[in-house]
Ligand binder design. Structure first.
Ligand SMILES: [Mg+2]
Length: 450
């Protein structure tokens, strides 16, 4: 403590503002709480790795202070190669030498510097920077990021994982195994006999494949909806009644079919029906709302505030399901949370396998710090992912716990990451398409949204 502050404190004692004991403790408190001087961005690197086949992109920001760095998730797995130059060729020269402690300011500067904005490639590049800056601030403060956001409002995040099968009996077995592990929320999907499906592969060998006017698999919305309704009926008959069921339509049906489907599933009391409509059809949510009380989740494909603001402010959805890196990281996701809280819309952040553990840590951090948390999607981290990302947040009895180490609490083993370049363990279409997805067609050959 300098002389001026000491005199000030002595005057405070005299004035009765602090006790002598509090005054005596000031040097120790100053030492314990003194932050490092503002670090500057010295280097930005991109770690591109595919330890479990899916392409993960992580941004590493290195500061001018020895040993102080941070990691952020920039994973857009279907176009992963494009995020790398967005960071290296544009954000890196823009940010070198800038302070690391002005996170929102940096976000606004990056966001506006491309003039045209809000695409998934650029948003993920900004997310990599944004989350890395939060990681650095946490490491500086020696606190997990959830502490920087005001601390926990709950102990851990209730989460759901995926039960699926080629037949209904297989999905039920899969759900029972998940429930036995302690989960209270289960997403259920089943294949449609003879057809292409989503989230459950193809049905058993006994079912003949429906032939279309093309060589690929066929998806048709009517048989899909029929199979899904049979699945929900079986789940409600066979699974414990207090288990919450979730289901993902993956925007594969026509809008008016989605309206009818939401009415048909109301009797099965889903915790939520996900992506019943595509982002292009969000005006139809008004019809779903008027005609059913099915709980609706939406948003994993959103990149732009024009997509989520009307759905939240008009109370047309129950769960906002954004993928934080797709909108630019933790900084904008916190703002979406606050907007949603004002309208009593809860969160269900997107948590697929094609998300790095840094992105998962960001999700769990939001989950435990926002009052309007709903549920968290959980995809397990395969062993090779845990080899690369050390300190992944842990699920216990269906609750996801944030890591208590500083920042995100995750260290990236960069030597291990280098063992799994893009293309490692990739199969089928994804291998041929550089990690991209292929196509889904109707019987007559028309492309559908997937
Ligand atoms: Mg989904």
């Amino acid at each position: 403590m300098n002389r001026r502050n000491l005199l000030k404190s002595a005057a405070s004692v005299f004035a009765g503002l602090v006790t002598k004991r509090e005054l005596a403790a000031q040097p120790a408190i100053a030492k314990a709480t003194r932050g490092l001087p503002s670090p500057k961005i010295k280097d930005i690197q991109v770690i591109a790795t595919a330890p479990a086949g899916l392409r993960l992109v992580v941004v590493k920001i290195i500061t001018d202070q020895d040993g102080l760095y941070g990691y952020g998730c920039a994973t857009f797995t279907q176009r992963a190669d494009l995020v790398v130059p967005a960071v290296e060729k544009y954000l890196k020269p823009f940010l070198l030498g800038k302070p690391t402690d002005r996170i929102d300011d940096t976000w606004q500067a990056c966001y506006n510097s491309s003039y045209w904005r809000n695409g998934p490639v650029l948003n993920n590049a900004i997310s990599g920077v944004d989350m890395a800056l939060w990681d650095i601030k946490g490491r500086q403060a020696n606190m997990p990021v959830y502490q920087l956001l005001g601390g926990k409002v709950r102990e851990a995040a209730d989460c759901y994982t995926h039960a699926s099968g080629g037949e209904i009996s297989q999905t039920l077995d899969s759900a029972r195994a998940i429930i036995d592990r302690g989960f209270r929320y289960v997403r259920v999907q089943v294949a449609t006999p003879g057809y292409e499906g989503y989230g459950a592969g193809r049905s058993g060998q006994a079912t003949a494949k429906v032939a279309g006017l093309h060589s690929g698999a066929v998806f048709e919305s009517t048989p899909y909806m029929r199979s899904a309704l049979k699945l929900f009926e079986a789940c409600r008959k066979s699974l414990p009644e207090d288990i919450e069921l979730l289901h993902d339509v993956h925007e594969r049906v026509h809008p008016i079919q989605a309206v009818r489907f939401a009415k048909d599933v109301e009797q099965f009391r889903l915790f939520f029906l996900e992506d019943a409509l595509s982002p292009e059809d969000i005006d139809y949510f008004k019809m779903i709302r008027q005609q059913s009380a099915t709980q609706i989740a939406m948003g994993e494909l959103f990149n732009n505030p024009h997509e989520w603001v009307p759905l939240i402010s008009q109370r047309l959805i129950d769960f906002i399901r954004i993928h934080p890196s797709m909108i630019g990281g933790l900084t904008p996701a916190r703002k979406v949370s606050a907007l949603a809280e004002a309208f009593n819309v809860r969160s269900a952040w997107h948590g697929p396998g094609d998300l790095s553990p840094i992105g998962a840590a960001c999700n769990v951090t939001l989950d435990v710090t926002i009052p309007n948390f709903g549920v968290q999607e959980h995809s397990p981290f395969p062993p090779h992912v845990q080899e690369v990302f050390q300190g992944c947040p842990v699920v216990k009895d269906g609750y996801w716990h944030p890591n208590d180490a500083p920042g995100w609490g995750i260290e990236v083993n960069e030597q291990a990451a280098a063992k799994y370049p893009f293309g490692s363990n990739e199969r089928d279409e994804r291998k041929d398409l550089n990690g991209g997805w292929g196509e889904v067609r109707k019987r007559d050959g028309a492309i559908i949204k997937q």
